[in-house]
Design a protein around this ligand. Structure first.
Ligand SMILES: O=C(O)CCC(=O)C(=O)O
Length: 338
């Protein structure tokens, strides 16, 4: 449904002019189109639109402000996960509240060291091999795309690989959701322990992938629909097209302007980019407008990502990137006990 809506918008709106009205959310994920026309026809229609999106995205790149670096908070030195006792616990909670405040205001916050570098290197090699393997299965007809991949905006040289809950992935999820760490505390205190694991995937942008158009992952809503965590599996520098966020765009007036006066809105918005070291993450509210950059380097940019859904939302308007057998099976509290 959403994809049909996107197509209508694309056909009806002059992509090459300044009046492009962007669709909401990651518009091409699990397109409903697959259900209504053959995958081949969907592919052809998409290919037709992709060049328009590429043009729109590179145009946006010419007039948007150059990004500053997304920086971690400098608030005290309590080591997360080091155990509590009196002052340490107070400091930890104070820092947790400070992180939560930034998330509320900017819609995105950086937290460093959520996975260790060896784990990142191991997971990175594994996801790159897994993506190649699954792609060859799809090419040979032994698997369908949706068995392993979700639709992604600007899919050429980019993929969104759904991950199995392997022991390695389980270790990562469990570490990231441990409530005695900054990230785990943020997730628990913002969404609560019963929030469902919504997505479990890896976003890989290969060399020569193009810049995405700016987009939120979910339409505006008065509560946070999803919190998404993107962890860098290798150091990400500016040439690799890090995620760029528009801080403060998790608000209703910003969404309204994004829709009604798109290009001027983008021209006037601040941008920050997630030039992360391996193991660092950006954690963002799905309403926050962002984009994946063009990968101009010769290195794959592999990100491990999970998202948790606010339990007050039944649906968020964005089909999840998760293996179907894992969908709805785990809450945040289960993840932290893995
Ligand atoms: O590649 C990234 O860093 C972000 C990707 C993204 O926002 C998307 O595909 O919706």
């Amino acid at each position: 449904m959403k994809f049909l809506l996107l197509l209508l918008l694309l056909i009806a709106s002059p992509l090459y002019t300044q009046t492009f009205a962007p669709p909401l959310s990651r518009p091409l994920k699990n397109s409903g189109l697959r259900n209504s026309v053959s995958p081949d026809a969907a592919g052809l229609l998409y290919a037709d639109q992709e060049s328009g999106l590429i043009n729109q995205a590179s145009l946006e790149g010419t007039f948007m402000k150059p990004p500053k670096s997304l920086l971690p908070l400098k608030t005290g030195t309590v080591k997360s996960g080091s155990g509590f006792g009196g002052g340490k616990e107070t400091l930890f909670k104070e820092r947790g509240r400070a992180i939560q405040k930034v998330l509320k205001k900017d819609g995105v916050v950086r937290i460093d060291g959520v996975l260790n570098k060896d784990t990142c290197a191991e997971l990175r090699s594994w996801v790159l091999r897994e993506a190649d393997l699954r792609r060859s299965e799809v090419d040979s007809g032994t698997a369908s795309i949706s068995d392993h991949f979700s639709d992604v905006l600007l899919r050429k040289n980019r993929c969104d690989l759904r991950l199995p809950l392997s022991p390695l992935v389980e270790t990562c999820v469990s570490g990231m959701t441990d409530p005695s760490t900054d990230l785990g505390y943020l997730l628990h205190s913002t969404l609560g322990p019963t929030s469902p694991l919504h997505e479990l995937a890896s976003m890989i942008s290969y060399p020569s992938s193009s810049r995405q158009t700016a987009h939120p992952d979910t339409p505006y809503n008065s509560g946070i629909p999803l919190l998404t965590i993107f962890v860098a599996l290798q150091d990400v520098d500016i040439t690799m097209g890090p995620t760029t966020f528009l801080p403060g765009t998790n608000k209703s007036d910003k969404h309204a302007k994004f829709q009604s006066d798109h290009d001027n809105f983008l021209k006037g918005s601040k941008t920050v980019c997630a030039e992360l070291k391996a193991g660092d993450c950006s954690c963002f509210d799905s309403r926050t407008i962002h984009l994946g950059g063009a990968n101009l380097s010769e290195v794959e940019r592999a990100m491990f990502y999970v998202s948790f859904r606010n339990p007050e939302f039944v649906a968020v308007g964005n089909p999840p990137s998760i293996k179907p057998e894992l969908e709805g099976k785990f809450a945040l509290e289960d993840c932290s006990r893995m």
